[in-house]
Design a protein around this ligand. Structure first.
Ligand SMILES: [Zn+2]
Length: 426
């Protein structure tokens, strides 16, 4: 028999089947399917092969390398709004009851202009914060900054940073300068407007067209404070004074020809609402505006810790969920939050929204963030095909839980777990 027809030689020359690793744990939280008690995740070639009960997957993958974990397996967290470059600055005191949102902006500009912090210190603090985020279980970050990114953001290897260069200009003179800058930006730099009150419609439209062309995300601060809405509606309030004292007031607001009643409606009239837009904060939005965001497939990121710190109110999360809009979560920067900790953000959400389930809050911190960054095919859930990079967490609180509800309550209400370990394969 010719050797080429020798069945044994065919077996011998067949490509080896991929090595399977089977991670077993008391609890698996896939997000996209119910919590599994005594569960397992099978991995091969850097991707998840299967997620299910421990007995089922052990029977299915008899040759797999078995790795037993304590506690919980779950997707990495996503911080969908952070300003790493502000990490070097000191905490700014929260606004007093009579202060406006603009008073906090004045304080922030003061520390940035007078702080005397050298670029090396800014870069060092940003790197330190990135490491801190990763150590606390954050896998993806959307970083907004005024300083173009440096190579430091490529570390550590398991955390991915998407950087957006934030541009603003409140009047015609600034618009001319910013449009010239936009035209000179290399395609590799993604750019985004800061906020409606600081950026002319012309700049926002130019950035939107550029983001569409380059397939970049556009993300801006939207409806963060009642002061912002007052400016959009009437051209009055603290923002008018703030812009006037900086020589930037040009009767820009209310925008001529735009009969706007709210920030989202304003964005709609400008043609900015679509699936490529990530609206951050969305505290001062009407239910009609929530429906508009959902209808256009827009993404939303809530920053409950920052909103509480600045005293601007609470976003209508229940309405968003009712309209099938799963927001992402973000910490914002250390200048407007006591701590940049997504576990703490989940706890604050629970306090602010007792009617929202722990499962929905957990989904916001994982799947909501991955979808906001357009990365839900790789991250945000434990499901076949996703990348084999996920979390194993444990704490004394988690060891005492007896069912799915108690587990999710402990994860979203217990703060940062005492043990956080990354599982990375491939
Ligand atoms: Zn921000």
């Amino acid at each position: 028999m010719p050797s080429s027809l020798d069945p044994f030689s065919l077996i011998k020359n067949a490509p080896p089947s991929p090595a399977v690793s089977l991670y077993l744990a008391p609890w698996v939280v896939p997000i996209s399917s119910p919590v599994i008690h005594d569960g397992a995740v099978a991995i091969a070639n850097g991707r998840i092969l299967a997620v299910g009960g421990s007995a089922t997957l052990r029977a299915q993958f008899t040759e797999a390398r078995r790795l037993r974990c304590q506690g919980v397996l779950l997707p990495g967290l996503v911080n969908a709004h952070i300003h790493l470059e502000l990490s070097a600055y000191p905490h700014i005191a929260p606004p007093a009851p009579d202060d406006t949102f603009c008073d906090w902006i004045r304080s922030l500009l003061h520390v940035r202009q007078e702080g005397g912090i050298i670029p090396e210190a800014i870069a060092g603090a940003a790197q330190q914060m990135l490491q801190q985020q990763h150590d606390s279980g954050v896998l993806l970050l959307l970083d907004i900054g005024n300083i173009p990114p440096s190579p430091l953001e490529t570390k550590p290897p398991s955390a991915e940073v998407t950087f957006l260069l934030e541009l603003l200009g409140p009047n015609a003179k600034a618009e001319e300068l910013i449009l010239a800058r936009i035209a000179s930006l290399p395609d590799s730099v993604a750019a985004t407007p800061h906020a409606l009150y600081s950026t002319t419609p012309g700049i926002m439209s130019a950035l939107k067209q550029r983001a569409d062309r380059l397939h970049h995300i556009l993300s801006l601060h939207v409806a963060e404070s009642a002061d912002e809405i007052e400016l959009l509606r009437s051209g009055q309030g603290c923002f008018r004074s703030f812009l006037a004292e900086r020589g930037a007031w040009e009767d820009t607001f209310p925008p001529p020809g735009i009969d706007s009643h709210g920030a989202v409606e304003y964005l709609e009239r400008l043609g900015l609402l679509d699936a490529g837009l990530l609206c951050v904060h969305c505290v001062q939005v009407s239910e009609k505006e929530v429906q508009m965001l959902a209808a256009h497939g827009c993404k939303v990121c809530l920053c409950p810790g920052s909103n509480r710190f600045l005293g601007v109110g609470v976003a209508p999360l229940e309405q968003m969920l009712h309209h099938q809009l799963l927001p992402a979560l973000g910490t914002d920067s250390i200048t407007s939050n006591e701590a940049l900790d997504l576990w703490r953000e989940m706890r604050i959400l629970r306090e602010d929204h007792p009617g929202v389930s722990s499962a929905e809050i957990m989904a916001m911190a994982t799947l909501g963030g991955a979808a906001a960054l357009g990365r839900e095919q790789d991250f945000g859930t434990l499901a076949p095909g996703r990348k084999a990079i996920f979390l194993n967490v444990d704490s004394p609180l988690l060891q005492g839980v007896r069912n799915e509800e108690q587990l999710l309550d402990a994860l979203t209400g217990g703060g940062c777990p005492s043990t956080i370990r990354w599982i990375v394969e491939g």
